[in-house]
Design a binder for this molecule. Structure first.
Ligand SMILES: [Zn+2]
Length: 50
């Protein structure tokens, strides 16, 4: 089962929830990022989700 969650707020890639696993990360209530963009953001500023 695959469900479209939304688009990466940076690169616009489609992010899906597959069998309960989301292949992206919620950065705040509105935005989601793919792992590629998350990695790039993480290198620039450290803002870990707690
Ligand atoms: Zn992205």
């Amino acid at each position: 089962m695959r469900e479209l969650v939304g688009l990466c707020s940076k690169c616009g890639k489609e992010l899906f929830c597959m069998d309960g696993f989301f292949n992206g990360v919620h950065t705040d209530e509105q935005k989601i990022l793919c792992y590629d963009c998350l990695e790039q953001e993480g290198k620039e500023n450290k803002n870990p989700q707690s």
